[in-house]
Ligand binder design. Structure first.
Ligand code: CAA
Length: 294
């Protein structure tokens, strides 16, 4: 029998965490983990991807320092807890892995199969996926009961929600341990089954899609649509600004997946979204979306 502190599944015994994929979400998640005092092994495909992830993290923590949310010493300590690598086998001794690679099932399945080979058998494998099936990911591993979703929100260092996704085969102890771990990060966990959109996106994306349709039909200007929701409803940013922040390609994928699963017209992606993506208007990350950025 393991005691609570020795039980490798108990949230409190997790000290070293792997993060796979260092895009916006992966870098943000690595920041949250390192800030909590955990050791992080941060993995991406090649040196360039690692460099971009590190730059993202430096920029984000610099913002926290500037806004008095983090001291320079703590920023330095945070950096020192992260080890960057391009080799997945460097995750052999971690206590938990959070995967945040691009939202393509083949890619994620490949990563999960490899993580299953590399990581100790009791280690929980979590995916930050926002719209793919966690169940499908779980069955490419030999430990489907230890696979969960851990869905963070962008920007991860700022937003407190983490949706913990359990499948029909996730072990109850694993869900409890992940919930405990999320609380340890200072975040707010909610537990949900494996359905596209989980809670927050299922509610949010009908609204965002409606805003795009309003814009598309020239019913109102982009500025006025955004101003209405900011100043009339107290949202921190308007729907078109938020779409630019999350990336139009990401938003399209989420809408499309939810639409295919539910057939609810609410989630049928507004046609202009696809046109903007084809034209390279992906939002902030490409310099232009509904708005233009320098
Ligand atoms: N660590 C800790 N705190 C940080 C930080 C960091 N790295 N970076 C910034 N902060 C703090 C700032 O100090 C600031 O706090 P105060 O207001 O107390 O000073 C706060 O976070 C906001 O930061 P900024 O001032 O830099 O930015 P802002 O005021 O312009 O707010 C925003 C930007 C946080 C993005 C805000 O507009 C917001 O919350 N927007 C909504 C975002 C949203 O809805 N995201 C969800 C998208 S859906 C999703 O992600 C799921 C999916 O699957 C696609």
């Amino acid at each position: 029998e393991f005691s609570a502190t020795e039980d490798p599944l108990a949230g409190s015994s997790i000290t070293k965490v792997g993060v796979v994929g260092l895009g916006t979400m992966g870098a943000g998640i690595a920041e949250v983990l390192a800030r909590t005092g955990l050791t992080v092994v941060a993995v991406d495909l090649d040196e360039e991807a690692v460099r971009r992830g590190r730059a993202h993290l430096e920029h984000s923590t610099a913002r926290a320092v500037k806004r008095d949310k983090l001291s320079s010493d703590d920023q330095y300590d945070l950096f020192s807890r992260i080890r960057y690598t391009t080799t997945l086998s460097d995750l052999a001794d971690v206590d938990l892995v959070i995967e945040a690679v691009p939202e393509r099932m083949e890619l994620k399945a490949e990563v999960f199969a490899e993580l299953d080979r590399v990581c100790r058998p009791e280690v929980v494998l979590a995916s930050n996926t926002s719209s793919l099936s966690v169940t499908e990911l779980s069955v490419v591993t030999g430990r489907p009961g230890k696979v969960v979703g851990m869905h963070f929100f962008n920007p991860a260092p700022v937003l407190k929600l983490v949706e913990v996704v359990r499948t029909v085969v996730t072990e109850p102890d694993v869900v409890a341990a992940v919930v405990g771990f999320v609380e340890r990060l200072g975040k707010v966990p909610v537990v949900i089954g494996d359905r596209a959109g989980f809670i927050a996106n299922a509610l949010l994306f009908g609204y965002l899609n409606h805003a795009v349709r309003m814009f598309e039909s020239r019913y109102a200007s982009r500025e006025d649509i955004d101003a209405a929701m900011r100043f009339g409803c107290g949202y921190p940013m308007g729907p078109l600004q938020l779409l630019d922040l999350m990336g139009l390609d990401t938003a399209y994928e989420i809408l499309d997946t939810m639409y295919h699963q539910s057939r609810n017209r609410l989630h049928a992606p507004a046609p202009v979204l696809k046109q903007m993506i084809t034209a390279g208007l992906l939002g902030r990350k490409s310099g232009r979306g509904f708005y233009t950025y320098d």
